[in-house]
Write a protein that binds this ligand. Structure first.
Ligand code: ZN
Length: 240
């Protein structure tokens, strides 16, 4: 495994526990520990798929972390970045970090099951959600209801139940991070997530197809055609 920058022993211990619980090959991953605090409301952890060249403006990354992540030996790996400052003596703080890592590792497992296509579909779903309800009070809910995020939070909550059950009550009191602990359903087969994402997009079609709220670049069928023509064909067939 590769873990660089300022990963502390405590963080590396958490990482090993997460990788073990997830049942993934550690050598296919790289952990990027980034010192500092996230911006308010900003991402606290991030995952980047293999061979994606990353930049300092990406979530969580610094110029140093991006450079490390782009090294040839690391570029082939799933890269997981996290703000790594936490109180290792506090079991709830440690569990919160571990659950975030598990969430990101689940995205890697989703990628291994579905490839980039899933994340292209998710990108459309995200854009539709955001444009359909700009500034809406339920914007965060729409985000966490996306199939890939729900699945990753299910994996995080299962990790907590599995490995750190005593911390769950504490995490559920954390405003931002309650989402990591509240799911009670085990994650399903990740290979179904493309279909689930398409279905969710269809559920939002009233938003998606409202030209008053959903502004160009394109209608949803055109966006789907950019992923694969078959998705656009199915969308248009459903539209009748
Ligand atoms: Zn996520």
């Amino acid at each position: 495994m590769a873990h660089q920058l300022t990963a502390t022993d405590a963080l590396v211990d958490l990482w090993h526990d997460v990788v073990d619980q997830a049942g993934v090959d550690e050598d296919r991953f790289m952990l990027l520990a980034v010192s500092g605090d996230p911006e308010h409301g900003g991402a606290k952890a991030a995952w980047f798929w293999p061979r994606l060249r990353v930049y300092a403006h990406h979530n969580v990354l610094t110029p140093g972390a991006a450079k490390e992540a782009n090294q040839p030996a690391n570029l082939r790996r799933h890269r997981v970045a996290i703000y790594s400052d936490f109180d290792a003596e506090d079991p709830v703080a440690a569990a919160r970090i571990a659950a975030m890592l598990r969430h990101e590792v689940r995205h890697a497992q989703q990628f291994d099951a579905c490839g980039k296509e899933l994340f292209e579909l998710d990108h459309i779903l995200e854009e539709v959600s955001e444009r359909a309800a700009p500034g809406a009070s339920n914007a965060r809910d729409l985000y966490w209801a996306k199939p890939i995020e729900l699945d990753a939070n299910r994996a995080a909550a299962m990790y907590l139940r599995d490995r750190r059950p005593d911390t769950i009550a504490g995490i559920l009191t954390m405003d931002d991070d309650t989402i990591l602990a509240r799911e009670t359903t085990a994650p399903g087969d990740p290979s179904t997530l493309r279909e689930q994402t398409f279905t969710r997009l269809w559920e939002l079609r009233d938003m998606a197809d409202d030209p008053m709220t959903f502004t160009p670049p394109a209608d949803v069928a055109d966006l789907l055609a950019g992923v694969d023509a078959s998705w656009a064909t199915r969308w248009r067939a459903r539209q009748g």
